[in-house]
Design a protein. Structure first.
Length: 83
């Protein structure tokens, strides 16, 4: 991963959220969510170059289905620190 971010994982109640990658400009962080039942979801938090955090966006892989709110909460806090 770029800019000194190592693979970071958050786990709670059968839910695992892992920051799995960033783009070369350090403006996108991809996350993988794995649930106890075996389902996996991919999503990313990104912002435009030169823009403030308020312009950040969330992208969810359409084939992934839904994302648990607990995963989004952790990912947003993580992204706010590193984007």
């Amino acid at each position: 991963m770029g800019f000194g971010v190592r693979a970071v994982e958050y786990a709670v109640d059968g839910l695992s959220v892992t920051a799995v990658g960033v783009d070369g400009d350090d403006r996108v962080i991809e996350f993988l969510v794995t649930e106890a039942g075996g389902g996996a979801t991919c999503f990313a938090v990104h912002r435009e170059h030169g823009q403030d955090w308020q312009t950040a966006r969330l992208s969810i892989d359409p084939s992934s289905g839904s994302v648990p709110v607990a995963a989004l909460e952790w990912a947003v806090e993580f992204a706010r620190e590193y984007l």
